[in-house]
Ligand binder design. Structure first.
Ligand code: ADP
Ligand code: MG
Length: 322
């Protein structure tokens, strides 16, 4: 490591570590050492963000810092894991101090809120790319998986769907929105709020869970195929913001809430026997939670409109190699 690289890490990424965070050794050696408590499983996920693919090229550095961590926290939420430790692989076109200050401010503001410690990483030069690896803890056997949804389970979704997709259309200039709505929607695109509290509260209640980064249709589809079941969704029950709702009513394009993606809400299934337990934790979820359909035996995803007609969503999800 060069001294420039060392200074960059020291200045922007090395932060004091608190003893109770399970970090035996943090940034500075060849590897970090972590203490995984007995009775816990380590949940590990990694996600890369590329300029122009995962965020528009002109996105503020602080928003990129937030989002790089948020999308990984969202994976922890979907597993019912408590986020703990992150590593950060940064590829930068050049050393831009204003950018690094913004990026680290956005990253650490979110990390502190969820008591996540940055324990290492890698810094290289090239086209802007940010990879965060997240480590979380979940009691043995309690992780929320994709493969255990059963016929009769109710399907729920947190928050509201389609806001990020609408914001992207506004940014791309294919849609006109009042300025104050636009700011709010851009916040949903650039600063997704990971549903950590929901994921933790759903341990032992949800039969399956997934975060809907690729859109509800594609990601619920992953639960259905992993669980070897099907489902019917009632589209009029989908939780939509006023802007998405009026967009859908005007153009009738249900693909926005179903397939636009980047929403980072959780979709989860709950067996009837756990409905009472779910109601008891609803106010701990820190977000709304809406029943939108049911798991069924017949494979495939069926989307029903209020008038009984069916709608076929674009459920392919985003394909990097298409
Ligand atoms: P090595 O050559 O052994 O891979 P590096 O020069 O890549 O070491 O990194 C030195 C130390 O700084 C390591 O502990 C590494 O985890 C940490 N580090 C490097 N880049 C980052 C980064 N972007 N964020 C946090 N820690 C980093
Ligand atoms: Mg290295």
């Amino acid at each position: 490591m060069s001294s420039a690289e060392f200074k960059l890490i020291e200045r922007y990424f090395a932060r004091p570590v608190h003893a109770q965070q399970g970090v035996v050794l943090g940034i500075g050696d060849d590897a970090a050492l972590l203490n995984v408590p007995a009775g816990m499983e380590l949940a590990v996920s990694v996600d890369t963000l590329l300029a122009g693919v995962h965020f528009p090229e002109n996105t503020q550095a602080a928003d990129i810092g937030h989002k790089a961590l948020a999308v990984n926290l969202s994976d922890m939420a979907a597993m019912g894991a408590e986020p703990r430790w992150a590593t950060l692989a940064l590829t930068l076109p050049k050393i831009d101090t204003a950018w690094l200050e913004g990026f680290s401010a956005g990253f650490f503001a979110l990390a502190e809120r969820y008591k996540v410690t940055l324990i290492g990483g890698d810094t290289t030069r090239g086209p802007l790319s940010i990879t965060v690896q997240m480590h979380g803890l979940v009691p043995v056997g309690l992780a929320l998986r994709r493969a255990s949804a059963r016929p009769g389970d109710l399907i729920y979704v947190t928050g509201e769907l389609g806001d990020a997709g609408l914001a992207l259309r506004a940014l791309q200039g294919t849609l006109d929105l009042p300025a104050e709505h636009k700011a709010q929607l851009l916040e949903r695109l650039n600063r997704p709020e990971p549903r950590i509290a929901a994921g933790l509260a759903l341990r032992g209640i949800a039969s399956a869970a997934i975060d809907i980064s690729d859109g509800l249709a594609a990601d619920l589809g992953h639960i259905l195929s992993a669980s070897k079941v099907g489902a019917t969704l009632h589209l009029e029950r989908l939780p939509l913001s006023a802007d998405v709702s009026s967009f859908v009513i005007k153009g009738g394009d249900w693909n926005l809430p179903l397939s636009a993606g980047d929403d980072y809400e959780l979709c989860f299934t709950v067996p009837a026997r756990n409905e009472i337990k779910l109601r008891a934790v609803l106010d701990r979820l820190m977000c709304t939670c809406t029943p939108i359909g049911m798991i069924e035996e017949a494979p495939g995803l069926r989307c029903e409109l209020a008038d009984g007609k069916s709608f076929t969503p674009d459920s392919a999800g985003y394909d990097h190699f298409a």
